[in-house]
Design a protein around this ligand. Structure first.
Ligand code: MLC
Ligand code: AMP
Length: 504
């Protein structure tokens, strides 16, 4: 049996999930995911790592689908529910997914792809599930293939220093290691209640919130979309005690807190003070945000550092000092080194690139041997591209070794990917995309443009055009029209000069 499903046997009567106003026990999750796995298998005994893409709303159906794909021997490929068709198509084609599972509201966006390819698709709706001929849902317990832990389990797409996102492949063993290190380090238990406010196509939401709570036998609440009011209502009325988010979310929650009365603020502070744990990560947590949040909530945030390729790697301690501006120490089972540009150990107190080894480290980039090879050192350490220094025993992240990677709202975004789309626009002859510091978003995406004729440039029309081609969170938020881009003697655009133009 799969490790996470085996874990659930200990907690069958616990509430696993609250979503859409309903609660679901672990017993129900095991039974329904087993049934859905039988539906995915149809006449086959094992999906043998077929890629099963799914575009399913956060909640019981999402977790059921994920567990079903894993039990049936497939590789799960979660799609972002807000992506436009071209971004979805890229993932579906790159993984050569054999089936798409979807909530019915996403049928319209995917229909052109379904028509074009004839791909097998399953709409999640109770009546549709009854079509499985050979099984009776009530009997349950359909026989499932034995899945070796070394098999591939998940592909998540991440942007990097290339213009197209890469598929990060993790095995069941990687996932187990990523989950269990956090279960121990952060003392997850079956008494925990958390809420997932993060998108479910990235590790932060999938591993840290959903899989950790499901592994521990805890309860996980879901909301349909990010809403500070809904989150605080759930905090107040449902006895939640664990919360995890990116810095931008804490910022947004504080903007809401500032908009309510003093009396309401005090009441919410009382509720939040009793939480067992609040964690922040995916991007640098500004000290100002950490301190202000402590004032509002009575909670000292635990900041940690992670990556799609690793799950979590470095964390402030659960017990002990949570140091502002630092991400803490390597998690148990995760080996970390800081190295210089020759990949030799950096001197003590010197900054270096973080390289990582451990069962948590991903297997490979999907069908991209070159990228896989170049991202590991000869002796098997994964090169993160993040620069850090150790000060008094704690790691501090200093930045990245590439200006082309932007972190905005906790999303990792490739400047090159946006530039490639911008260059397709009829009025744009050249462009340079950079991230500039921003307290709310971490970095704000901005673009310097050279246009053929300024009279034809229309920012609103450009924004509309862009979001038909890529995710809205990748859209530049400011533009600057230039006669030419700043270049060095080699003709290469100097991105730091572009940043300065915006900052001035
Ligand atoms: C959205 N907006 C932005 C923006 N994203 N503005 C500037 N920069 C951005 N990046 C604007 C929109 O245009 C819109 O404006 C308004 O904000 C609301 O948009 P939205 O899409 O509805 O945003 P919202 O729902 O509020 O989402 C904000 C968010 C979201 C913070 C909830 O960005 C989010 O869920 N981020 C988490 C990403 C994540 O999970 N990363 C983890 C990756 S894993 P207007 O004017 O149009 O209304 C990883 C490893 C690890 O990093 O360590 O964890
Ligand atoms: P992703 O590729 O989306 O998984 O993002 C991973 C990247 O997020 C890392 O390589 C870091 O650059 C960044 N990151 C994650 N956590 C932190 C943190 N606490 N502080 C600074 N950067 C972080």
């Amino acid at each position: 049996m799969l490790p996470i499903v085996e874990q659930a046997q200990k907690y069958l009567n616990n509430i696993a999930i609250f979503s859409n106003g309903k609660s679901f026990t672990y017993a129900q999750l095991v039974k329904d995911s087993n049934y859905f796995a039988a539906l995915l298998l149809k006449d086959e005994k094992d999906l043998k790592e077929q890629r099963i893409a799914f575009m399913v709303n956060p909640g019981f159906d999402y977790v059921k689908t994920l567990w079903a794909i894993w039990q049936a021997g497939g590789i799960a490929v979660p799609l972002c529910i807000t992506h436009p068709l071209p971004s979805l198509e890229y993932v579906l084609e790159d993984t050569a997914a054999s089936t798409i599972v979807l909530s019915k509201e996403y049928l319209a966006v995917l229909q052109p792809y379904i028509n074009k390819t004839n791909i097998n698709f399953i709409v999640i709706e109770e009546p549709a599930l009854e079509i499985l001929p050979m099984v009776n849902k009530e009997q349950g317990n359909f026989s499932m293939p034995t899945i070796d832990i070394s098999r591939k389990a998940l592909i998540l797409y991440t942007s990097g220093t290339t213009n197209k996102p890469k598929g990060v492949v993790t095995t069941h063993q990687n996932i187990k290691a990523q989950i269990t290190t956090l279960i121990n380090a952060w003392e997850w238990s079956e008494n925990d209640k958390t809420i997932c406010v993060l998108p479910l196509h990235h590790v932060h939401g999938i591993i840290n919130v959903v899989c950790c709570s499901m592994w521990a036998g805890a309860s996980c609440y879901f909301i349909p979309q990010f809403s500070p009011k809904l989150i605080f209502d759930l905090f107040t009325n449902n006895g939640l005690n664990v919360f995890m988010a990116v810095p931008t979310i804490y910022f947004k929650l504080m903007t809401y807190l500032e908009s309510i009365s003093q009396k309401e603020q005090v009441a919410l502070k009382n509720v939040m003070s009793s939480f067992r744990l609040m964690v922040c990560g995916s991007a640098a947590l500004p000290i100002s945000v950490m301190e202000k949040w402590e004032g509002f909530s009575g909670q000292r945030l635990l900041e940690r550092y992670g990556m799609t390729e690793l799950g979590m790697a470095i964390s402030n301690p659960y017990f002990g000092e949570r140091r502002a501006g630092y991400v803490g120490m390597p998690l148990p089972g995760v080996s970390i080194k800081l190295v210089n540009e020759q990949y030799e150990q950096a001197s003590v107190d010197e900054p270096g690139e973080i390289i990582v080894k451990g069962d948590n480290v991903f297997l490979e980039y999907w069908q991209n041997q070159t990228a896989t090879q170049t991202s590991f050192t000869k002796d098997g350490w994964f090169k993160t591209g993040d620069i850090a220094v150790i000060e008094n025993g704690y790691y501090r992240i200093m930045g990245r070794n590439s200006v082309d990677i932007i972190k905005s709202g906790g999303y990792k975004i490739s400047a090159l990917e946006i530039e490639e789309v911008l260059r397709m626009h009829e009025h744009i002859s050249d462009c340079a995309v950079v991230g500039i510091d921003d307290e709310q978003w971490g970095e704000l995406i901005v673009a310097a443009l050279v246009v053929h004729d300024r009279t034809f440039f229309n920012e609103v029309a450009l924004s509309k055009w862009l979001v038909e081609k890529m995710a809205a969170y990748k859209k530049p938020r400011k533009y600057l029209l230039l006669e030419e881009l700043p270049r060095n003697a080699m003709g290469k655009v100097v991105k730091n000069e572009v940043k300065k133009l915006f900052e001035s």
